[in-house]
Design a protein around this ligand. Structure first.
Ligand code: URA
Length: 441
């Protein structure tokens, strides 16, 4: 088999066989295929797409490119939740403790920030002492004792995705439905959960910019999960504007802690409860109404907060910062961005806010860069809010004084202020199950 022929087939719009896909994936994982040929095939896939059968074969070949995690030794239903990436999306820090408090086993592998999007591991590591690099034994022990753990991917889990993702990131081939679906689902299958809930983001801050694209991605991933024998569902949620007010790392932990304490922004609380109750539903804890009640009780009773604190302690972290978030890392410089005019916020472009947060130090310019746990953006006004000229619409948190002028210019370009209040926007667009789509808009 020659990789050149695979590139030619795909370039002309043909379909690759299971064997050809395995040849490509294994060749990438073992560094046997030159990167220029890997990139050429990725770009051909980006332009030509893949059939459902090709996408499934790609996912399974990637899953098998490394080790898999058998969770069968752990008690109960093993549940996993995955977001396709967003700005201000700290729902894992709320959903995993709620689900664990309601009786699910959450053995969760998470990632770091990518591009303008944040990563759960970076957020968790802003908690002093907390480790996300856990040995397999530690990970299992913590899940057994606390009901949840959130760790980085072990070295050899889906090595093909690690290589291909890094290449996609620099060849402008991330936003392809078969490539995203296989990347996400290969990791979810290898991580071993019985129940998988996918949070597919749509909007300016997401990889999928339209509801149609998001539905197609959701349907593709649900079909792969179900075909592999896992209960899989997707919800499509808004990512046109950041979720909640906080974007960064420590600041997002503080906001998640507020929700776990029964406070915090309405959109974040609502979305976290929906995701938690869908996980319980998939795990067979009753009808949707019952599951929403169970999730709400786990949150309002403080049981989810206790679970989160137990996990933080078990992973080496200081949980006093969750109870008193002023003890989290604090930014050296706080800088208010003022409204240039009176009116109503009609747009806060999520992607741009994510980029600004990275410029302030919360994300990485390139792989391996250190991040500033205290950096980020704290929105003061969101979509639909009335503002007066000169009033703060956001506070920048940073140690980089020299980044402030450009960050402020970009932020102001990302915000629109209109004369009249905008129409309300949906938070949840649709629910995608193996049997169909339920749209809420
Ligand atoms: N998240 C992933 O894990 N992979 C993608 O391709 C996109 C988002």
């Amino acid at each position: 088999m020659r990789i050149y022929d695979l590139i030619t087939t795909k370039k002309r719009g043909g379909a690759l066989t299971k064997e050809e896909i395995e040849f490509f994936v294994n060749g990438c994982a073992r560094d046997e295929i030159p990167r220029e040929q890997q990139s050429a095939l990725l770009m051909a896939i980006w332009f030509r797409g893949m059939t459902d059968e090709e996408t499934t074969n790609l996912t399974l070949a990637m899953e098998r490119s490394g080790e898999t995690i058998g969770l069968s030794a752990l008690p109960g239903v093993k549940a996993d939740k995955h977001s396709t990436g967003g700005v201000g999306d700290k729902t894992t820090l709320i959903v995993a403790p709620i689900a664990a408090a309601a009786g699910l086993t959450m053995a969760k592998m998470s990632g770091r920030g990518l591009g303008h999007t944040g990563g759960t591991l970076d957020k968790l590591e802003s908690i002093p002492g907390l480790r996300t690099e856990l040995s397999r034994e530690e990970f299992f022990r913590i899940v057994k004792t606390c009901g949840l753990a959130v760790a980085g991917q072990t070295g050899d889990l889906v090595p093909a995705d690690k290589k291909l993702y890094a290449l996609r990131d620099v060849t402008s081939t991330v936003d392809s439905i078969p490539l995203i679906a296989s990347s996400v689902m290969s990791k979810k299958l290898a991580a071993g959960a019985n129940v998988i809930l996918l949070d597919v983001k749509v909007g300016s801050g997401a990889f999928m910019k339209t509801a149609e694209e998001a539905e197609k991605l959701a349907q593709t991933m649900v079909a792969i999960g179900e075909a592999a024998g896992r209960r899989t569902e997707a919800v499509i949620t808004d990512m046109d504007a950041p979720l909640g007010f906080a974007v960064g790392n420590a600041t997002e932990v503080a906001e998640a802690s507020a929700v776990l304490h029964g406070e915090g922004p309405r959109d974040l609380r609502e979305e976290s409860l929906l995701l938690s109750s869908e996980l319980l539903y998939l795990a067979g804890h009753g009808d949707r109404e019952t599951c929403m009640r169970l999730a709400t009780e786990a949150l309002t009773s403080g049981a989810a907060l206790e679970k989160f604190c137990a996990m933080v302690r078990a992973q080496g972290g200081d949980d006093s910062v969750i109870r008193d978030t002023s003890l989290l890392p604090q930014a050296k410089i706080t800088h208010d961005v003022l409204a240039p005019t009176d009116g109503y916020i009609t747009k806060t472009d999520a992607e741009s806010v994510g980029v600004v947060s990275c410029m302030l130090g919360a994300g990485r310019e390139k792989y391996g860069d250190a991040i500033d746990p205290a950096a980020g953006v704290l929105l003061k006004k969101k979509y639909g809010d009335a503002v007066k000229k000169g009033e703060p619409i956001a506070t920048f948190l940073t140690a980089r004084e020299d980044a402030l002028p450009e960050a402020e210019r970009r932020f102001l370009a990302a915000v629109s202020i209109g004369k009249t209040p905008p129409a309300p926007r949906p938070l949840i667009y649709a629910r995608v199950e193996k049997d169909g789509i339920e749209r809420f808009t």
